[in-house]
Ligand binder design. Sequence first.
Ligand code: ATP
Ligand code: MN
Length: 430
Amino acid sequence: MHIPIQSVTPETGHAEICGFVHEVRDLGGLAFFLIRDRTGILQVTIPKKRASEAVLAAAKAVSRESVVRVTGTVKAIDKAPGGRELVPDTFEIISLARSPLPLDVSEKVSAELDTRLDARFLDVRRPRVHAVFAIRSAVMHAINEYFHNEGFISITTPKIVAAATEGGTELFPIAYFDKEAYLNQSPQLFKQMMMAAGCEKVYEIGPIFRAEEHNTTKHLNEATSIDIEVSYADHTEVMRILEDIIVRTYAYVDKTCSAQLANMEIFDFAVPKAPFPRLQYSEAIAIAQKKIEEPITYGDDIGSAAERAIGAEMGGHYFIVDWPAEIRPYYAMPYEDNPAVCRAFDLMHPRMELASGAQRVHDHDQLVQQIARKGLNPESFDFYLRPFRYGMPPHAGWGLGAERLVMTMLGLPNVREAVLFPRDMHRLVP
Ligand code: ATP
Ligand code: MN
C-alpha cells in the first residue's frame, strides 16, 4: 500500500509512494526525481552504480508529469524537501506523460489564464492552484455545517424554469420539448415559496445562470449561489446571519487550511470582525460622488468604479442598506413610513459586491402591485403568487456568490480562478 508523501519520514523505513514526476535532474552518477502527490513533494535519489537495471531503465524512460509508483528506503538528508529522500528498489511508470506538456506544472514558466483553463487538469496539479480548490471545499464545508447546526433545511429547486425571476434579459433560453424554457437565474421565487410551505429556514447552494454579455473579472455565466430564506425574520436578522457566516468561514479556513494558504504564499490571512459597518445607500452615493470622475446621483446603481471607491474608504467588509425601492426587485419590502426606500442590503467586500438580500413583501396584493409597477405581468408569476394567498409568513433572505467569496478571501485577480471550469462568453469547453 502506498502512503501519502507528507507521511514519509526517515522513521518510515521502507515506503511505497505514488505520484507525478515533478522534476527530473541527472547529475551523472546520481539521478534525482521529485515526486509530487497532493500532500507534498519527495526526492527520489538513484545512485546509478548501485541501482538495478529495471530502476535505471524506468528512470531513463520517464518524463515529467508521468505517474509513477516507487518503493524504497527512506533516509534523512538535509538538502532534500522535507529533510528526507527515497532510494528506490523499484521504480514503475504507471502512465507516461507525453512531451511537450501544454503547461509547466512546476511553475517555472508562468502561463496566461486562458492557457491554464484550457489545460485545467494540469493547472490544478500545481500546489498553488490545488490550494484554491481545497480552500473552496473548506469554505463550502464550513457553510454547510453552519446551516446544519442552525437548523436550516437544505433544499434543491429547479434550474429549468418557465419564467424569469426578475423579468430580466439575462436569461439563457433552452428548448424544452415543445415549449421555451430558461435556465434559472436565481432560486429566489422557489425559496420564498418554501416559506409558505412552512419550512421556516431553508438554504440552497446551487448553480445560477446569467446571460450577461459583459466580460468582466467578477462575472461568470454559470455561478454558484449560496441562498437562504428565513420566516419571521427581517432584513437586519438575516444580515446578522450573513456576517456570522462570513466570519466563521474565514475562521475555519484560518484554522484548517494553513498548508494551502502557505502554498498560495498568503501569510497575512485575516479573519474579519463582526459586526460589519452598515452604510446607508445615500451615504455610499455621497462617498462615490467625492471620489470618482463619472457622475453618480441618488437613485443610480452602484457600478464597479463606485464600488471600489467606497470599498477603499471602508477598508473591510460592510453592508450598504436602505436602497431606493426603484432600483431593487419587486419582492423587496418598502419601509412603511418611507415607501421610496426598501429594507434591502448588499454585503460588500472592499473590491466588490458579495451578496444581496432584503426583507420580502409577504402581502399578496402589495406584491401584485409591485410586480406591475416594475412593468411585469403578474399573470406570468401566478405560480409564485399563489402561495401568498393561503397564509404566508413574513420573511427575509439573501444570495451570496460562492466564487466571489473565495476570490475575495484569497485575493484572486479573476473570478475564473475560483471555478474549475468557468463558463463565460468565450468559454464553453472544457
Ligand atoms: P452584480 O451587480 O455585481 O452583477 P447582481 O446584483 O446582479 O451582481 P445578485 O442578483 O444580487 O447579483 O446575486 C447575488 C450574488 O450572487 C451577487 O452579489 C454575486 O455575489 C453573485 N452573482 C450574481 N451574478 C453573478 C455572476 N454573473 N457571476 C458571479 N457571481 C454572481
Ligand atoms: Mn445584487
